[in-house]
Design a protein around this ligand. Structure first.
Ligand code: PLP
Length: 823
């Protein structure tokens, strides 16, 4: 995809200003964090209700980008050598360029929509068809108004099939996506209840989805998904072939039988005169539906039944999650070895670059299955070069053949013939303080490499879902008044979730400020490569050295600490040091009170050693409607103090008062910034259920032993547990030393095993606990047990313990390994 800027300006009928419009554009970018080829990139300043891309133009320019699409009226002076295309709507411009690009290609384009299973069907079709076709497809689940044009832009002459997914959340969106994708084959996956909010009713949602198929030659759908909708044909081009599948004999593809076994499912489909029997290595309902959809597409494309059966047996689970593991010698390891192609490599590299705790980045990669010639290898070499990856390890014979392709661009550290030879020559000493991306096709068995690099610990883990953190951040951001900044509270090991990892993520997502409780926590963040401003809330004299050394910003909350800090600055000849002033507006914990103002103001007026970045206070009862009057009173006292302080200082500072609960309960108290804590971690402390937060932390362990115990026997310390019937008792690997509290003993607490809740029996011991699984069939030693997470909310566990979720989350011992996942 190489377009001159002139050509793009013509497509957009845009007025172009300055610069060299003959410059060639290869990459369309909308995210200032993902610019790898600045000289050949065109930046679209998109405006969403969350973010105005125009604000990032100075930064993007700084990084070397010289071509921009901006809204009419944007002030483009002061960008020497840059070209600007002026348009009415930057998103519409991105979409029409993609639509124009799409029209250059005549090969089949499969467009997938539906409520569930879009990404799985897309990935499975890719798995099933990539030996016959050179396929371009949406990365991950890039199916939005921005994701779709970026996906379509990847189409080129080398491909001969495209598979794109389209996701919508409100009316009017599908019309735009259809114009960009222009699918020739339509696939409708299961229509569930996702995204109902944006539509008046079910029919409207369906009609909207069907717009994707307006110009398709054929559409494949499940009978009950379309039967409910009578006017289907009206929305589609007339010579449309609607091919349905289902149990009824009137369907194009008749599901003759579905037989579930313990580990696989046998599906028989009748199509025309043919009979297709496939076995898939899955048993869950959704997988069976998705597999049938895929089989129908393949039949329709004319793939033989024998080939379909052979390939479907090999279907791999679509794990779009990238696992971030703690590795040996302080490494972090991204395990991404479920498939290997250019699209998924770029997703993995993005995630690797986010790991700012290690400057050194390493990529271990296998050959690309099915690649012919060196084109793809060249492309990969360019990608690695653009991202400054210095240490590269290849495994496989193809890479040995194309060594020169790689060495022309980047230094290859080592090459191995196969995974076995890598393992034979493996030495732990070769990996230290680095972030590694393991990218290998399934056949290379990279899980053996993962096992070597992963640090071994006991089997209780806390899984932290990084996407959920981002989702929750956005959920709150959507409730902020324009221009309000966010301070992310990452104190207490980021509420138990891991401060370096969470802070890296927040930094990547451009949060404005971070706050920690103690200076040492701030140091940890600096060591992890966090350059955001960090406020330290609980400072004492002993921490001043550390604070200054690591560029941390102290909260000054009393005359004593203020005087001591001023003296410290004086001794060290430091000037204009950034600090934060804490007001006690009614919490009575830390801070200057209103009555302290007359004494405080002269101190502030007189000095230039400190610069007050912010003045803030903390609400005592923001989650409680019963205390709203008190909250208001606090805010008034706080405002009065701010007025006085501002007058004394003579300059502006950031004002902030709200914690998570106040952000949406009291939107009028957002001032210039909010402090987001527990909400980021998925807990709505006011329990108002007005926000749709996602679960961030899942604490899980495994079953160490199972035993049958007769009725009337006793279990555990002091014989506190008694069986009332013949029972099956499981011992799980978690105890109060891990943060599984003794309150949860004697049946008070429950854990989640095999889809059911199992009560604790007897007392909780230091490292182990017994649970009663008599009523849960099929439990085995080694099975996974959820302590809290999606099935047992941490709020529930807190309730059992008569405490608040904050205490449960921050009470999980550091010996419990944290695993980070990104979907
Ligand atoms: C912890 C903390 C917060 C965050 O509170 P949440 O209820 O977790 O959002 C905000 N401000 C201060 C001063 C805090 O100590």
């Amino acid at each position: 995809m190489r377009y001159s800027l002139n050509h793009i300006a013509a497509i957009l009928s845009a007025k172009a200003v300055t610069g060299d419009t003959g410059v060639v554009v290869e990459h369309l970018v909308t995210d200032s964090r993902r610019i790898f080829f600045p000289a050949a990139s065109l930046f679209f300043a998109l405006e969403t209700n969350r973010r105005d891309g125009h604000l990032f133009i100075p930064e993007v320019y700084e990084r070397g980008v010289r071509c921009f699409v901006v809204r009419n009226g944007f002030d483009a002076t002061n960008y020497a050598g840059a070209s600007f295309l002026f348009v009415h709507d930057t998103l519409a411009a991105l979409q029409s360029i993609a639509a124009d690009h799409r029209r250059q290609f005549n090969y089949p384009v499969i467009g997938i929509t539906g409520s569930n299973g879009k990404t799985i069907v897309k990935e499975w079709l890719y798995q099933l068809l990539n030996t016959d076709y050179n396929i371009v497809r949406s990365p991950r689940s890039y199916n939005s108004q921005v994701g779709v044009p970026l996906s379509v832009w990847q189409m080129n002459m080398q491909h001969n099939m495209a598979i794109f997914e389209a996701g919508i959340s409100t009316t009017g969106e599908m019309d735009k996506l259809e114009k960009i994708i222009q699918p020739t084959i339509g696939v409708l996956t299961n229509l569930g209840a996702a995204h109902n909010e944006g539509f008046e009713n079910e029919t409207q949602k369906l009609q909207e989805k069907l717009l994707l198929f307006r110009h398709c030659g054929v559409v494949i759908a499940r009978d009950i998904d379309v039967a409910a909708y009578v006017g289907f044909a009206k929305y589609i081009n007339s010579p449309l072939k609607l091919l349905t599948w289902g149990n009824k004999a009137s369907n194009t593809f008749v599901v003759a039988s579905v037989q579930r076994n313990q580990f696989d499912t046998v599906i028989i489909l009748a199509y025309k005169t043919e009979r297709l029997t496939v076995t898939i290595p899955f048993t869950d309902h959704a997988s069976v539906e998705n597999a049938i959809t895929c089989a129908c597409v393949l039949l329709q494309l004319g793939v033989s039944t024998a080939t379909i059966a052979r390939r479907m047996l090999q279907l791999q689970p679509v794990d779009m999650r990238l696992q971030l593991l703690h590795g040996i010698n302080n490494c972090v390891v991204i395990n991404d070895s479920y498939s290997f192609d250019i699209t998924s490599l770029s997703v993995g590299l993005d995630f690797l670059l986010q790991q700012q705790q290690h400057a050194r980045k390493t990529v271990v990669m296998s050959d690309i299955p099915g690649a012919s010639g060196d084109t793809m290898y060249r492309e990969i070499a360019d990608m690695l070069y653009a991202r400054n990856i210095e240490k590269i390890i290849t495994i496989g014979t193809q890479w040995l053949t194309y060594k020169n392709v790689l060495t022309a661009k980047v230094a290859v550290t080592q090459q191995y013939l196969d995974t076995a030879s890598f393992i034979r020559q493996f030495s732990a000493n070769h990996f230290r303080n680095e972030a590694l991306l393991l990218k290998g096709a399934r056949v290379f068995g990279f899980e053996k490499i993962v096992a070597l690099l992963e640090k071994k610990v006991h089997q209780t883990v806390m899984e932290v879902n990084l996407n959920a953190v981002v989702h929750n951040l956005n959920e709150y951001k959507a409730r902020l008044q324009k221009g309000v900044k966010v301070m992310g509270m990452v104190k207490a090991f980021a509420y138990g979730s891991g401060s370096a990892e969470v802070a890296s993520l927040l930094q990547f997502h451009k949060i404005d400020y971070l706050a920690v409780a103690y200076a040492d926590e701030g140091v940890e963040l600096r060591k992890a490569g966090i350059h955001l401003p960090i406020m330290v809330m609980n400072v004492d004299e002993a921490a001043f050295e550390t604070i200054a050394e690591h560029n941390l910003e102290p909260e000054l909350f009393s005359f004593n600490i203020l005087q001591l800090f001023l003296q410290f600055l004086e001794r060290n000849a430091l000037q204009q040091y950034p600090v934060h002033l804490k007001i006690d507006s009614g919490m009575h914990r830390l801070g200057f009170e209103e009555k302290d103002m007359p004494a405080l103001l002269p101190l502030l007026r007189a000095n230039n050693r400190i610069v007050v970045q912010s003045v803030f206070s903390h609400l005592a009862s923001s989650e409680d409607a019963g205390d709203d009057a008190f909250t208001t009173q606090q805010s008034q006292a706080y405002e009065r103090c701010c007025v006085l302080i501002k007058e004394a200082l003579g300059y502006r500072f950031i004002m902030h008062l709200s914690n998570s609960a106040a952000i949406f309960r009291r939107p009028e108290l957002q001032y210039n910034m909010v402090r987001l804590g527990i909400g980021l971690y998925g807990v709505d402390s006011s329990n108002a259920h007005q926000l749709s937060l996602q679960t961030v932390a899942t604490l899980k362990t495994t079953i160490a032993q199972l035993r049958n115990v007769a009725a009337g026997d006793t279990i555990g310390y002091n014989r506190r547990g008694k069986t009332e019937r013949a029972s099956v008792i499981a011992t799980i690997r978690i105890g109060y030393a891990d943060g599984f509290r003794r309150h949860l003993g004697y049946g008070k607490g429950k854990v989640f095993v095999h889809g059911k809740a199992a009560p604790v029996i007897g007392t909780v011991a230091m490292d182990m606990t017994m649970i009663d699984v008599t009523d849960i069939p099929g439990v085995k030693e080694g099975d996974e047990v959820e302590i809290f997470g999606k099935n047992i909310p941490v709020q529930q566990v807190a309730q059992w313990c008569n405490t608040i979720p904050y205490e449960i989350l921050t009470g999980i011992n550091q010996r419990v390994k944290r695993i980070y996942v990104e979907e």
